[in-house]
Write a protein that binds this ligand. Structure first.
Ligand code: 8GT
Length: 135
């Protein structure tokens, strides 16, 4: 597999004071519409993973985060649509602003245990297991 077949995606588990995590629902018309995911997206050319994630959180939710607020906790490695997805999950407990769904159908704060009952992309299943142990 060539490196260009690799889809590099960063995502964040934003954790509030009561230990709930923010999920967003993928909108109709997109692949995996209706599934719940961690906010995030693809790393663009010239970006570090952390700066890509700060940009995505600003675009998708209107939040401002410093790259210092992002801590890596887990990754997923999965075939996806003829390519290979490497999904890097970070956690953040500090940010500025209130999340607003700019791209998603809906936002929901859930406990890691509640997350287990929500339909999510296949790559997210092991990430949820990792979160359950740490939040
Ligand atoms: N943000 C995010 N993406 C995920 C998660 N799990 C997962 O498999 N993905 C996949 O990783 C890719 C994220 O890139 P993206 O958000 O920029 O892609 P997209 O299809 O929504 O947008 P696009 O059509 O504008 O490129 C998608 O293929 C998405 O399905 C997750 O928890 N969060």
């Amino acid at each position: 597999m060539d490196a260009s077949d690799m889809l590099l995606v960063v995502a964040a588990a934003l954790i509030d004071d009561s230990g709930r995590v923010l999920l967003q629902q993928r909108p109709p018309g997109k692949p995996m519409a209706g599934l719940w995911e961690f906010p995030g997206g693809k790393i663009e050319h010239g970006e570090s993973p952390e700066s890509a994630l700060a940009r995505e959180l600003h675009e998708e939710l209107g939040l401002t985060l410093s790259v210092k607020d992002l801590s890596p906790i887990a990754f997923a490695s999965e075939p996806l649509a003829g390519r290979h997805l490497l999904l890097l999950l970070y956690v953040a407990r500090t940010w500025q602003g209130e999340p607003v769904a700019h791209h998603a159908t809906e936002l929901r704060w859930v406990t890691p245990v509640e997350m287990r009952g929500m339909p999510m992309p296949p790559a997210d299943v092991p990430l949820v297991a990792a979160l359950v142990g740490m939040v």
